[in-house]
Design a protein around this ligand. Structure first.
Ligand code: SF4
Length: 154
């Protein structure tokens, strides 16, 4: 029992299931684990607006979930700090495949205004391939909604 609790995630890659970029990966709904890798919190404010009643991303089948093992992908905000690089990779490792990685905000995409800061490991793309980029500092809720609707296909 204890060994099972301490074991690595049991999810495995499914041979042949990793689609190319033209294949819709999720149809109708997508669950995302949000990771703040070093954000100033500006992106989080806009994400909250995208899920608030005015934007209501839930109606398009997009949900934020608490566990990466329940997720179809990750939504990363902020430049990746040195302290958050390992937790980000561990979280990614726990997401079942196939999965999607979304970089939300200029910091996550290319480092943004914090790119040259001393505690920065790099943008998300320096640690893992990114499938979807949501540009802006911060991105407008409408931009976030449009990008995540593209994932859910609704
Ligand atoms: S992109 Fe802008 S709002 Fe988002 S974390 Fe970076 S500085 Fe903050």
């Amino acid at each position: 029992m204890l060994a099972a609790l301490l074991a690595r995630p049991v999810t495995e890659d499914i041979p042949g299931e990793q689609p190319d970029d033209t294949t819709p990966l999720f149809r109708g709904s997508v669950q995302l684990r949000h990771i703040d890798a070093g954000s100033c919190n500006g992106c989080e404010v806009e994400i909250a607006q995208a899920f608030a009643p005015h934007g209501d991303l839930l109606r398009f089948g997009v949900r934020l979930v608490a566990s990466p093992r329940h997720a179809d992908g990750v939504l990363v905000t902020g430049v990746v700090t040195k302290n958050m690089a390992a937790p980000l990779l561990k979280t990614l490792d726990a997401v079942p495949r196939p999965r999607r990685v979304v970089a939300c905000g200029d910091c996550a995409i290319d480092g943004g205004i914090f790119a040259a800061a001393y505690g920065v490991a790099g943008p998300v793309g320096a640690l893992t391939p990114v499938d979807t980029e949501i540009p802006g500092c911060p991105p407008a809720p409408s931009t976030i909604i449009a990008a995540l609707r593209g994932l859910s296909g609704r």
